[in-house]
Design a protein around this ligand. Structure first.
Ligand code: KIV
Length: 271
């Protein structure tokens, strides 16, 4: 709480002091008001309006089709729900690569139209000019290395990244470049745990892992995976805390049964 009795907002500076104190950072994705409210009330540190909305909300096979307008819609819904957590929004594919002016415009649209607190983008040295320009405008930027789903057609698979020494060295180099460009934190996706730990030790800024092992400064999962809403996605790094697919199926079957049998509504459930 603040001295005014308001809930104290998590900021990029809070994440830095958590790293400095050795306190792990908790992060999940969110895309809508109702779920974001539950996660924020439960005390999550960071919510990411991820472009994984393209998969779990819209049913696309990849993150490539989602648009900036669609990300803004999701982010507006999430931000309305959140009183405490830091809200970060992904810049979608095609809105920042190759042109730092366009990257800045996309970041500014997100900040102005959603009220979010930071943006995230994927890539290493090739996006460093864009990062500098966005940070220069006062917008906090989170980087994303390792498995970068927006480049899936370049790599061809969702397998573990940077297993070989050469790729690991490139990843470490890019991590330093992103920090020097001004990123306030970095996501590492699906890389060996030892490399995750080395990057977290080397960098001053917080490193959040998804499938990057136990030695990083915090963890992020896609909310639908962690709650068991998605069914056919079971990478080794995923811990499911609920089995909502099965629970919702059972609840829906019970509802259908009650309607068909005229058990619902009963006398107390009508006017
Ligand atoms: O879009 C997303 O959900 C992400 C997480 C996997 C970090 O980028």
């Amino acid at each position: 709480m603040s001295i005014h009795g308001e809930i104290k907002r998590v900021t990029s500076h809070t994440l830095q002091s958590m790293k400095d104190k050795g306190e792990k950072i908790s992060m999940l994705t969110a895309y809508d008001y109702s779920m974001a409210k539950i996660l924020d009330d439960a005390g999550i540190d960071v919510l990411l309006v991820g472009d994984s909305a393209s998969n779990v909300m819209a049913g696309h096979e990849t993150t490539l089709p989602i648009t900036l307008d669609q990300m803004i819609y999701h982010a507006q819904s999430v931000i309305r729900a959140c009183q405490r957590c830091l809200v970060i929004v992904d810049l979608p594919f095609g809105t920042y690569q190759g042109n730092s002016k366009e990257a800045l415009n996309s970041a500014i649209r997100i900040m102005k139209e959603t009220g979010a607190h930071a943006i995230k983008l994927e890539g290493g040295e090739e996006v460093s000019e864009s990062i500098k320009r966005i940070v220069g405008a006062g917008v906090p930027v989170m980087g994303h290395l390792g498995l970068t789903p927006q480049s899936i057609y370049k790599f061809g698979t969702y397998s573990v990244r940077a297993k070989e020494e050469e790729e690991a060295e490139i990843l470490m180099h890019n991590a330093r470049v992103l920090q020097d460009a001004g990123c306030f934190s970095l996501v590492l996706e699906k890389i060996p745990a030892t490399l995750g730990g080395e990057v977290a030790k080397e960098l001053r800024i917080p490193v959040i892992g998804i499938g990057a092992g136990m030695h990083v400064d915090g963890q992020v999962l896609v909310m639908h995976d962690m709650l068991g809403i998605t069914k056919n996605f079971s990478p080794r790094f995923l811990r499911r805390y609920l089995n909502l697919y099965d629970e919702i199926t059972e609840a829906t079957k019970s509802y259908i049964r009650d309607v068909k049998s005229k058990d619902f509504p009963n006398e107390k459930e009508q006017y």
